[in-house]
Design a protein around this ligand. Structure first.
Ligand code: GLU
Length: 497
């Protein structure tokens, strides 16, 4: 193996980009980029039945969105290592399956699923751990081959199983977890390396690929710890160097304290879902980059580039990583504030998507819309889609006047405030500023000796049909004067005449 750092992200295209997989991709990428190594994407699509149509494209598209790039992938092959889809690498696997068969380290097994079930049930009844029972015990190679011929004659299709030496112990220094030792016995006996349809199993293919692609480090989820001894058996049997393994902390649901599961319906777990809500890619990377990795110091807001500079695999944490959606919301809010100018077109687009603004106005009135978004409270939102409901009323639609509001308007004080406000508002120039509106409201306060809600509510209701909302003078500055006059006239007509 060369000294070059080569890492890979190896998704199975069985679904969209899950947060856990995105983390694996991000940490491998950071490790490569920090160390001047190479980052490779390999598609593990041997389980044909589970592949989904759009799986590969969606994975790559979302990784790109997160800001990752790659040195090799199906769409960027290096002839030395291509192809990058396991389904296209069948020939490479066959060579090594044949080698293991020839060396007697693997064998063909023709047991039917009924036989296997019966065996498992017998073991259960005898309170034994489930364990594969080797069917050719005591036979010579020739005798075994003769059995193969017999089974073939019966029309049975074999799988190929690796012959496990139960007395061995497999140990490695895990980059994250430290020393791990697992007895070969724990893998449950001889395991399948090639299925009856000729496809290699994951634990076999991954070794052949990682070796042929000269992968130096394998950083992956904690759920693969139990696969590692199987993979080490193959490295050993084929006489290959083992890469360095690192198994990243389990991601748990902060609310339940349990392993984050796809069944946790209250947590959005796919990158795409956050993308659709208008989360920023740099916020997603920021959040995911802290799932099982901790920086030096207290800061929590980092760009991808800052992560690259700081990345140190020794700071991958052993403790479970908490998936806390509140924290993600906070991080996204921080990034939206930082990148306000960049995010503004997205915010305006949300208003277009919601049907509040036409495509033409989105361009023609971009400056005004930016101010609306600001006044509506963009600094308090967690993701861009939230701006729609904040801005909708009263900027684009008016609520109905409720009986409560009618009371505010028709009390003696309310009428007096309304009358004063309507006249003084009409007298202001169309381009009056927030401070001018504030002055007028103050003058009413002084002249009529009213303050607080009895002062503000009638004015707010008259102009916005609301009793609360963003800073009123700032809103008034953004409203169209003729429209406000019309709104007030309608209120007068209906409730005050
Ligand atoms: N295809 C495997 C998965 O999605 C990759 C495991 C590995 O990194 O070895 O979990």
């Amino acid at each position: 193996m060369s000294d070059k750092i080569r890492v890979r992200y190896a998704p199975s295209p069985t679904g969209h980009l899950h947060i856990g997989n995105a983390r694996t991709a991000i940490f491998n990428w950071l490790f490569a980029r920090h160390n001047g190594g190479e980052f490779i994407i390999r598609i593990e699509d041997t389980d044909l039945a589970r592949n989904i149509e759009d799986g590969e494209r969606s994975q790559l598209d979302n990784l790109k969105w997160l800001g990752l790039d790659w040195d090799e992938a199906p769409d960027k092959p290096n002839a030395k290592y291509a192809p990058y889809r396991q389904s296209e690498r069948k020939d490479s696997y066959q060579v090594y399956i044949d080698e293991l068969l020839a060396k007697g380290l693997a064998y063909k097994s023709y047991k039917t699923s009924e036989q296997l079930t019966a065996e498992r049930e017998a073991q259960q009844a005898a309170k034994q751990a489930p364990h594969y029972v080797y069917e050719y015990e005591g036979l010579t190679n020739e005798e075994r081959e003769a059995k193969y011929a017999e089974f073939e004659a019966q029309g049975l299709k074999p799988v190929v199983r690796f012959r496990v030496d139960d007395d061995k112990v497999y140990a490695w220094d895990d980059i994250v977890k430290g020393r791990i030792e697992i007895g070969a016995k724990e893998v449950g006996g001889d395991w399948v390396i090639q299925k009856a349809d000729g496809m290699p199993t994951y634990n076999f293919a991954v070794v052949v690929d990682d070796h042929l692609m000269e992968i130096s480090h394998v950083l992956r989820g904690d759920d693969h710890v139990s696969n590692t001894p199987k993979q080490m058996m193959i490295y050993e049997a084929l006489g290959w160097d083992v890469p360095k393994f690192g198994h990243m902390a389990l991601i748990i649901n902060a609310e339940t304290g349990k392993k984050l599961s796809k069944r946790d319906n209250n947590v959005l777990q796919f990158v795409e879902q956050y993308r659709e809500l208008g989360y920023q890619p740099q916020a997603m990377v920021n959040f995911i980059g802290l799932l099982g990795w901790s920086p030096v110091g207290e800061d929590e807001i980092f760009s991808l580039q800052e992560f690259v500079e700081m990345f140190d695999e020794k700071r991958l944490t052993k403790a479970n990583a908490k998936f806390d959606q509140k924290k993600l919301e906070w991080i996204n809010n921080q990034w939206m504030r930082r990148d306000k100018e960049k995010v503004m077109p997205q915010l305006i687009n949300e208003l277009v998507q919601a049907g509040l603004v036409s495509e033409a106005d989105a361009v023609a009135k971009a400056d005004w819309l930016a101010k609306v978004i600001e006044v509506a409270g963009v600094d308090g939102i967690s993701y861009t889609k939230e701006i729609v409901e904040l801005a909708r009323k009263p900027f684009f639609e008016l609520s109905d006047i409720t009986p409560d509001m009618v009371e505010w308007l028709t009390s003696d004080e309310g009428r007096a405030v309304f009358n004063a406000w309507e006249a003084r508002y009409a007298a202001l120039p169309a381009d009056a500023k927030a401070a001018d509106y504030m002055d007028v409201i103050r003058s009413i306060q002084t002249d009529l000796e009213v303050k607080g809600r009895p002062l503000w509510n009638p004015i707010r209701i008259a102009t916005t049909h609301e009793v609360q909302g963003p800073n009123l003078p700032e809103m008034l500055e953004l409203f169209d004067k003729d429209q406000v006059l019309a709104t007030m006239a309608a209120v007068r007509e209906q409730y005050l005449n």
